[in-house]
Design a protein around this ligand. Structure first.
Ligand SMILES: Cc1ncc(COP(=O)(O)O)c(C=O)c1O
Length: 421
């Protein structure tokens, strides 16, 4: 791989991005704000490109021809490699036969069956396009099932980009969130207080697979918290909803809380499900079958067959390859390598979250100057890290990729030591 991979050729030399700059200028005229949302390079160091030309395996090439080993994976959707031949073949074959029609293809049933077979908390599945479709449907299903209104969400958690949950204020009115109540992740007493506040109007508790809020240390759910979330929803005949949109299929192929022995009533999935093809799913328990049929879940493209074929191929490949173990092992290798490099220089860093979805933050770095310098230096050596958002390992990363990455992080940490001491 390193033979053909040009990432290290520049050895830290500054890259110029003339095509990227030109596209940013054109974009500013016709696409207000660039429409980049969380994928905006505006909140990344200036050396980061906004626009990309191609993607293959774990390598991204920007519009100026610079290539990077990627640890952001399109913010999660890429899990078996960009342009994966098995996924592309399955999606292409389905698309050639039938992309969209007046109803779904048989692949929708195949995919639902696969999810029901492999996700222990799934007795049924429905499909959409984006994670927000799935989380929003979960909230509606919980309300429809319980005939109650209050949904509990963790302070600071991200669940999507529509008024009930978007972190940005534009276009949101108080009524959009009138029936949300808040608790702190991993804080059982704050969860119980919010349950108390909801009283007999509690429809459900929505909880992320782990605490993956940006710019702060990540937290795995404690067993106490996960079991408490299950217990309070059981006690109140309310719905436990796990938002597995971001973490789904990276921590456990059966659902992120399976290792904790806690099953949700509803789970929201998207991102990695189709290895980049637009698809989301809600899976749920039998007792919600009636309720889900009273919620109008549809969209012009929700039955598109190629993303479903892509999802089936992705899931089969993940199961065949013991992907979770692979991602965790490589994530640990990266983490421990960076830990030693930082310790050798006396640099205080915090690496949090699961190894396969790592976040690296520096001590005493409230303005992210160290993180920006570190990630810029790594980028200039051909490794695309994220300075403040959790990153993603994939089943396509190899030991050789991690070795090359550790060469880049070593040089990047040296630069941090030089500047910050
Ligand atoms: C935990 C979580 N939930 C929901 C969403 C929304 O998904 P989408 O952007 O596909 O609508 C995201 C997206 O980043 C997410 O990370």
């Amino acid at each position: 791989m390193s033979d053909v991979h040009p990432t290290n050729q520049l050895n830290g030399a500054r890259r110029s991005l003339p095509c990227d700059s030109a596209l940013r200028k054109r974009s500013a005229k016709v696409i207000p704000g660039g429409m980049w949302g969380h994928m905006s390079a505006k909140s990344l160091p200036p050396a980061y490109p906004q626009f990309f030309r191609s993607a293959e395996g774990v390598h991204l090439t920007d519009v100026d021809g610079n290539s990077y080993i990627d640890f952001v994976c399109a913010y999660g959707p890429m899990i078996v490699g960009y342009n994966d031949p098995d996924v592309e073949e399955a999606a292409g074959r389905q698309q050639a036969r039938m992309g969209i029609a007046n109803g779904p293809g048989e692949v929708m049933v195949d995919l639902a069956e696969f999810l029901v077979e492999t996700v222990p908390a799934a007795d049924w599945a429905i499909f959409g396009k984006n994670g927000t479709d799935a989380t929003t449907a979960c909230v509606s299903i919980a309300r429809a099932a319980t005939k109650r209104r209050k949904i509990l969400v963790a302070n600071g958690a991200y669940h999507g980009a529509v008024p009930w949950c978007t972190p940005w204020p534009g276009g949101v009115v108080a009524e959009d969130r009138a029936h949300l109540l808040y608790y702190d992740y991993n804080d059982v007493s704050s969860l119980e207080a919010a349950v108390g506040e909801a009283g007999d109007d509690l429809a459900g508790v929505l909880v992320s697979a782990f605490r993956h809020d940006a710019r702060i240390d990540q937290e795995m759910p404690t067993a106490d918290f996960a079991h408490a979330a299950r217990a309070v929803t059981d006690r109140n005949e309310a719905v436990l909803i796990i938002d597995d949109v971001r973490a789904g299929f990276r921590l456990d192929l059966g659902g992120s809380w399976e290792p904790l022995g806690v099953q949700a009533d509803l789970s929201a999935w998207s991102k990695a499900l189709g290895n980049g093809y637009p698809i989301a799913a809600v899976t749920g328990k039998d007792w919600l079958r009636e309720a889900v049929q009273t919620v109008y879940v549809t969209g012009s493209f929700w039955c598109a067959a190629a993303p479903m074929a892509a999802a089936l191929a992705t899931l089969r490949k993940l199961h065949r390859g013991d992907a979770v173990t692979h991602m965790a092992r490589l994530g640990e290798k990266l983490r421990s390598g960076i830990e030693s490099q930082a310790a050798a220089r006396g640099i205080g860093i915090r690496q949090t979250g699961p190894a396969q979805m790592p976040l690296i933050l520096f001590d005493d770095d409230h303005t992210l100057e160290k993180a920006y310098l570190f990630s810029t230096k790594a980028l200039q050596r051909g490794v695309y890290l994220h300075p403040w958002h959790n990153m993603f390992l994939s089943a396509a990363h190899t030991d050789a990729d991690i070795d090359l990455t550790l060469e880049a992080t070593d040089a990047a940490l040296e630069a941090v030591a030089d500047v910050f001491g």
